[in-house]
Design a binder for this molecule. Sequence first.
Ligand SMILES: [Fe+2]
Length: 338
Amino acid sequence: MKYATLHLSAILWLSLCALSQAKEVRLYTQRHYPADKEFFAQFTKDTGIEVKVIKAGANELLTRLESEKAAPQADLFITTDAGALDRADAAGLLDELDNKTLADRIPAGLQGKNGTWVPITMRARVIVYSKERAGNNLPKTYEDLADSQWKGRVLIRSSSNAYNQSLLASILAAEGRDAALAWAKGVTANMARPPQGNDRDQVRSVALGLGELAVVNTYYLGLLENADDPKDRAARAAVGVIFPNQAGRGAHVNVSGAGIVKGAKNRPHAVALLEFLTSKKIQASYQKMTSEFAVAEGIKPEPLQAKWGTFKPDLTSLHELAGHQEEAVKIFDLAGWK
Ligand SMILES: [Fe+2]
């Protein structure tokens, strides 16, 4: 009897040990792309480390991380916005990365300023124009979208969208409040219709003749070009791409990026996942599968991306988004941008 009891407690002890050494990364992510799921499966296959994913919006995840501060339930935090990463950093939710592999791989200008996050992918917010109808006097800057020559011709989505909020935050950071408000009012006055639909819908609407200019994140151009629906491929073919503000601060870019949660139980596994996602192979796969830009050094763009042309990104505003996002929302309201 005594032997049996001992035996049982030994089994219990062994399984408790196994539990505490579970090979896993608990990931909170805002991303929702099939490619990510494939990469996590590949990582598990390579390393035996499971990736447990919880998906939600950036603000929801930030609130959750904050409420779990005393007993963190996540190891890694991924968002599609540098501003959200900086807010996590400012709230003391992220740990210093202090990792030479990551630091060497990724240009310093793209890494979080306090060493608590690194980007995984990058996208630019560009202007597209109707090749058939926009004429020769094309916009060169975001500011040009507010010029009265484009009255009734601009297609852009709602101000509740984070991509537009970050774009306006970048204008706030670079040009100040008065210029940002004037811009938001000018663009609102030039809209071809009240904002509706997503980025891809704006491009489709240019092709349908509803307007001549649209604002869109680069990877959606890739998704349209690779779409099954021939109408989407035709919509992409009907527009030309402009990287704005090339003679000045550069085109507005944002990143998907990741930071290790302070107090992460599985820090080494989370670091391993970050190193995996920024490896040459996976960086090239991101470009192929999501048409986002790689952030690691030395990765050639896909032919589909190379067609857009090379460009200068606005890396200054990228690190100043967090401080301007709240004001951007207020300015959109003041401007009447729905
Ligand atoms: Fe998106």
